[in-house]
Write a protein that binds this ligand. Structure first.
Ligand code: NAD
Ligand code: ZN
Length: 358
């Protein structure tokens, strides 16, 4: 008998321009006596008006998270240790930022109640205990980290998420106003993460009607946002935020594919960030996603974005091998993209040739 995935979703969702104003009221019933809420906030917002709008009560604390590099298991462990030492028990962790900060918040919440290092839980369903209450508030749209059951971390031996039923947020606050100031390139790279989720989900072998329904809606929102005629405005932010949500819901039942599997290798070896890394790879995947790549190139041109080229030039055999190993380790992604006999189709030589083109 086929075994159907029974997945955990985010418990509460509020969507709307200005919904961030409701945060205090939303957190109120989640407060446990004197135990504080910890607000993990993207360092971009230090000394910005948003930081002053965070509803601090009692011993609540804001920790600005440096996301120049994507989250690491070491960073998660340090944050969890720091919070435990300073406060003992806390009421919850609120992540305010892009995918990096949302992932950090999820991971720190889990590590408040699970022993050892977050590196011990990189994989599928290894987390033992629920974390503390956690809420996610995106300030960039596209990753789907607000709805996913994973938190992507770079650890000592791999770049892999803590995938578990304990990982999704208890609450998300989707306020498109918070994304208004994002720089054009960053907004595009992260937005394309969503576009690529849609293409990889919709063309994948794991696709079912559930995934398709969300994936198609997210795709058409991305097309309106990145190929529409108007200059960027509030409606674009509103739509892209819903595209990110729906794109994330689409992969809950399916998986991502070739671009992500290859991009993880770049991220692991070179520290290439997820959004731009996916763009660098997707740009060269015409053999796997002909329609999607064609449309992607149109979006790049219309939005006047530079996609970095030749980033693997001059790497050693050993470095290529590292990327190939990381990439081929992403088995479910390859299986979704190419089917159960993917190992026959995607050989090390073929993957090396692809990496050399990036
Ligand atoms: P990000 O969170 O890494 O942020 C990118 C940059 O944008 C940072 O410099 C940040 O400070 C800045 N920034 C964020 N919001 C801003 C705003 N409103 N205005 C100006 N600058 C702003 O970028 P991202 O693309 O959202 O997230 C990428 C991360 O998400 C990666 O670590 C990736 O692994 C992870 N990810 C997770 C999932 C998941 O399901 N958990 C899915 C996809 C990606
Ligand atoms: Zn992605």
């Amino acid at each position: 008998m086929m075994k159907f995935r029974n997945f955990k979703m985010v418990s509460y969702v509020v969507y709307g321009r200005g919904s961030f104003h409701q945060l205090d009221e939303i957190l109120e019933p989640q407060r446990r006596g004197e135990s504080p809420m910890i607000f993990l906030v993207d360092h971009f917002f230090q000394h910005k008006p948003l930081a002053d709008r965070i509803p601090l009560r009692g011993k609540d604390k804001i920790i600005f998270a440096d996301v120049n590099q994507e989250p690491k298991t070491k960073q998660v462990d340090q944050l969890a240790a720091q919070i435990k030492e300073e406060f003992g028990a806390i009421s919850g962790v609120i992540g305010i930022g892009g995918g990096s900060v949302m992932d950090l918040a999820k991971a720190v919440s889990l590590m408040m109640n699970n022993p050892g290092s977050s590196a011990d839980y990189q994989g599928w369903d290894l987390v033992k205990n629920p974390g503390v209450y956690k809420a996610g508030i995106p300030t960039l749209s596209g990753t789907g980290a607000e709805v996913s059951r994973t938190t992507v971390l770079t650890g000592p031996t791999r770049k892999l998420g803590m995938n578990s039923d304990f990982t999704p947020f208890d609450q998300i606050v989707l306020d498109p106003e918070l994304t208004a100031g994002a720089p054009v390139n960053q907004r595009f790279y992260t937005g394309m993460d969503c576009y690529i989720h849609c293409i990889e989900s919709l063309t994948g072998t794991f696709l079912n009607e559930f995934s398709k329904s969300y994936g198609e809606k997210a795709l058409s929102l991305c097309q309106e946002v990145f190929l529409g005629e108007e200059t960027w405005g509030p409606l674009h932010d509103d739509r892209l935020m819903m595209a990110s949500y729906a794109g994330g819901m689409s992969i809950a039942y399916s998986q991502v594919g070739v671009a992500h599997a290859v991009s993880y290798g770049l991220g692991y070896l070179l520290g290439t960030k997820h959004g731009v890394g996916n763009c660098i790879v997707f740009d060269k995947l015409e053999a796997y996603y002909p329609q999607g790549v064609k449309e992607f190139k149109k979006m790049v041109e219309k939005n006047r974005i530079d996609i970095p080229q030749h980033i693997t030039r001059g790497l050693s055999d050993e470095q290529f091998d590292t990327m190939i190993n990381v990439s081929l380790g992403m088995k479910p992604l390859w299986e979704n993209a190419l089917g159960p006999d993917w190992e026959k189709q995607m050989t090390r030589e073929k993957l090396r040739a692809l990496y050399e083109r990036l």
